[in-house]
Design a protein around this ligand. Structure first.
Ligand code: NAG
Ligand code: NAG
Ligand code: NAG
Ligand code: NAG
Ligand code: NAG
Ligand code: NAG
Ligand code: NAG
Ligand code: ZN
Length: 457
């Protein structure tokens, strides 16, 4: 018995060691690309020939359920940690931390304290001995747990997609002195920028922006082919959130409900975060009656399904605008024709996922996945032990070439098929025995009468 345990333990150890040497060395490199604000239905509304070429040789998840709030920083950090915003601590574009009394803005984001509640994949993979890269992905230039990716660029809108891509592929190829990176995350700010400026319903403006995005995907494919990486790396193309059309007819003016002296504003729209200055009950009451296209929540009452409550950086009151509505403090000016941040159950807030490479099935399509499931999928692809997270690898198994996949429609099809065959056999059998009894049994009339009775009921 003891011998068995010891042997089992040794086998386990050997498997672990083997995992580090063979599985990890042989894991294909992984390139994760985000096109900011790529709403899932753009894929149906616009041609996107290069993107379609890519997923026709790989997989497509038509809609990703992302995390609340459906903003850029929270969702990019969820993609590389597998955590809901309340668990990774990047809760909005503007935050206030009541413990340190610090403020966070996306243009002033490099204080490590904001990011240290989680660990992005480029750090976890680094700890295993891999080289990694983060090209302008939110958090790229932040020292998290005293580390950054091996290679990174801080955000700079002046660096073109081609320049970002050129640096990433160079890092992935490596050189005599240094092996190529195993994991690289690459960020591009379109179609988000155009979506905000003109609104997702403007087909002319979005058509032009998405043509450029698709040209960039074409560039990505040809650059991977040129460097010999194509077919040897796994490529994930995804996004952080979608976009909703806003309008000057859909404004919610907070000043119509209470004077701004009564609260401190941390974030405004479409999810407002505020701290009542005094008399919190009265402030909450006024805000909850403020507008019928805005819902006010005391922190403790924020619905479970949003996973947006258990963090000190969530303020005492949050206000959530309905899809396409904009919260303003004073005046009547609409800040943007398109916006996101709304409830993550809205299809307009969902992005998509396309993937191709040696580990993926070819020509497979599925309707949905949670965006937090992408992290365990990437860890699996890299043979990296995932940090604690809110995703499930099982949900993404169907995308993989080497996995047995219990596809729900397939299982239903099989069960229905088996039932059909069984009932056909039963009917045939009954028919045969009926015929048989027709010839030999004296009670046949009686049986037919019985059947007639049931028919009449
Ligand atoms: C940036 O944020 C830090 C705290 O996180 C703050 O001390 C500093 O004043 C901010 N700088 C700007 C320019 O807002
Ligand atoms: C895996 O390899 C890295 C370096 O290549 C090493 O630091 C790490 O300890 C190894 N892990 C295991 C479990 O052997
Ligand atoms: C980071 O490094 C500093 C010294 O360089 C050290 O004092 C500190 O404990 C380190 N922090 C972590 C989280 O490892
Ligand atoms: C890397 O980016 C810089 C811009 O920061 C650019 O000048 C350079 O050409 C890029 N390198 C490659 C190989 O594309
Ligand atoms: C749509 O966008 C174009 C720019 O691409 C702009 O010229 C036009 O005015 C916009 N149309 C509407 C209805 O906003
Ligand atoms: C809100 O602020 C105004 C102006 O400072 C003040 O008169 C009013 O009493 C405040 N109301 C509440 C509920 O605090
Ligand atoms: C998400 O994962 C973190 C880390 O394991 C955990 O602390 C948290 O409770 C999880 N959240 C939910 C809703 O399960
Ligand atoms: Zn974004």
């Amino acid at each position: 018995m003891l011998l068995k345990i010891v042997l089992g333990f040794l086998c386990g150890l050997r498997a672990l060691a083997k995992e580090n040497t063979t599985a990890q060395q042989s894991a294909p490199p992984l390139l994760l690309v985000s096109f900011d604000g790529f709403r899932a239905d753009y894929l149906q509304r616009f041609p996107m020939p290069n993107l379609k070429l890519l997923y026709s040789q790989g997989v497509l998840v038509e809609q990703l359920t992302n995390v609340f709030i459906t903003k850029t920083f929270p969702n990019h950090y969820s993609l590389v940690t597998g955590l809901y915003a309340e668990s990774h601590g990047i809760l909005a574009s503007s935050m206030y931390d009541p413990i340190s009394k610090k403020h966070f803005h996306t243009y002033n984001d490099t204080d490590p304290m904001w990011w240290s509640q989680a660990q992005p994949l480029w750090i976890t993979a680094l700890d295993l001995g891999y080289k990694t890269a983060a090209m302008m992905w939110p958090g790229s230039d932040v020292t998290i747990r005293n580390k950054t990716a091996t290679h990174f660029f801080p955000y700079d809108s002046k660096v073109t997609f081609q320049q970002r891509l050129g640096n990433v592929t160079k890092w992935m190829v490596g050189n005599e002195k240094e092996p190529g990176v195993k994991f690289a995350a690459l960020y591009w700010e379109e179609p988000d920028h155009t979506g905000h400026k003109f609104g997702p319903d403007n087909t002319t403006a979005m058509g032009k922006a998405l043509k450029e995005v698709d040209d960039n995907i074409g560039l990505l494919i040809s650059e991977l082919k040129r460097t010999g990486l194509w077919g040897h790396v796994n490529v994930l193309i995804t996004s952080d959130h979608g976009m909703a059309q806003c309008s000057a007819e859909r404004l919610i003016r907070l000043d119509d409900c209470l004077h701004p002296d009564n609260y401190t504003l941390v974030d405004l729209t479409p999810v407002a975060a505020l701290i009542p200055n005094k008399d919190p009950d009265k402030v909450f009451e006024l805000l909850s009656k403020c507008h019928n296209h805005m819902t006010a929540y005391l922190k403790k009452d924020i619905p479970d399904r949003l996973h947006y409550r258990n963090n000190e950086r969530i303020q005492p009151i949050i206000l959530i605008a309905d899809e396409g509505w904009t919260i303003v403090q004073r005046g009547n000016k609409l800040p943007r024709l398109g916006d996101h941040g709304y409830d993550n159950s809205l299809p307009s807030m969902h992005p998509f996922l396309a993937a191709m490479g040696p580990s993926f099935r070819q020509g497979y399509r599925t309707s949905s996945l949670q965006s937090v499931d992408i992290y365990p999928l990437m860890c699996h692809l890299l043979s990296v032990r995932p940090q604690p997270n809110n995703g499930t690898l099982n949900h993404a198994r169907c995308l993989l070439a080497d996995e047995t996949c219990w596809d729900v429609p397939l299982v239903i099809g099989l069960v229905v098929g088996v039932l059909l065959v069984l009932s056909t056999i039963t009917v045939l059998f009954r028919l045969l025995s009926y015929r048989h009894s027709l010839g030999s049994r004296p009670f046949q009339r009686l049986q037919i009468d019985d059947d007639d009775d049931t028919l009449l009921e």
